[in-house]
Design a protein around this ligand. Structure first.
Ligand code: GLP
Length: 244
């Protein structure tokens, strides 16, 4: 894993946007795997700026989001559908029919997850997967545990994640208990991975992510097995890494 440590969140966002735009410029058709969360907000803002300055064009880009809450309407301000429109899609020229997020009605999860994987494969696989990391080391919504699931699936969120994500909801009871997420195999199949981490709350997770040990208890540690994975972390997130 290549590790880039930057001083500030702005630098992290600029570096991430630079890596994304260079992938976007590399081919006539490009498939991006995209994350949500507070970490990539600055990256999206910078990408929107670069688009406005005509430094990048997204017409030939197809996107697949990593995850989405289960049972939350796509218009809910905390849904990842809403987040992506608000932070990115409403401001750039990715054609609507090339935008994909996991989504399903009640009782349709298995079918929707299968179809999501087929759609990713049909698009030629993901060229660049951008990821954030949870405080407990999760990627997407692949939670720490005895086992991890490979493919896109419906997951019960851990108490840690419900608690961490409650900051976006008015009450803890409103936080969805389940989500659809790409699995670790879906993520690892991406040709290139860009992992972003900012702030001291991520320091422990990042330490375990780069430690050399691989464990399902820290899903992000699996990324050490990927051939082309870059971690961009700010100083606080990298504070406990020996390489820092
Ligand atoms: C959520 C998302 C993850 C994201 C993580 C960290 O749980 N499912 O994909 O990486 O939160 O979010 P943040 O960047 O807000 O810390």
């Amino acid at each position: 894993m290549d590790i880039i440590i930057v001083e500030t969140y702005d630098e992290l966002s600029a570096k991430a946007a630079e890596i994304v735009t260079s992938a976007v410029k590399q081919a006539d058709r490009v498939v991006l795997g995209l994350p949500t969360g507070s970490t990539p907000e600055g990256m999206y803002a910078r990408l929107v700026e670069m688009y406005r300055e005509k430094m990048v064009d997204f017409r030939h880009v197809t996107t697949f989001n990593l995850d989405e809450y289960y049972g939350l309407s796509t218009d809910h301000p905390q849904s990842y559908h809403y987040y992506m429109r608000y932070n990115f899609f409403d401001h750039v020229n990715v054609p609507g029919e090339q935008i994909n997020l996991p989504r399903c009605g009640e009782g349709e999860a298995a079918k929707a997850c299968r179809e999501y994987e087929q759609k990713i494969a049909g698009a030629g696989g993901i060229d660049l997967q951008v990821l954030g990391v949870g405080v407990n080391g999760h990627i997407g919504f692949n939670e720490p545990g005895e086992y991890l699931r490979g493919e896109t699936h419906l997951v019960d969120l851990s108490a840690d994640t419900i608690e961490a994500n409650s900051r976006f909801f008015t009450r803890l009871e409103e936080v969805p208990r389940q989500a659809l997420t790409m699995g670790v195999a879906s993520i690892m199949r991406a040709r290139k991975i860009l992992l972003l981490a900012a702030g001291k709350s991520k320091a422990e997770a990042i330490k375990k992510t780069v430690s050399g040990l691989i464990t399902t208890k820290t899903p992000a540690s699996l990324l050490q097995l990927h051939r082309d994975c870059i971690l961009v972390a700010d100083k606080e997130a990298a504070a406990l890494c020996s390489k820092a």
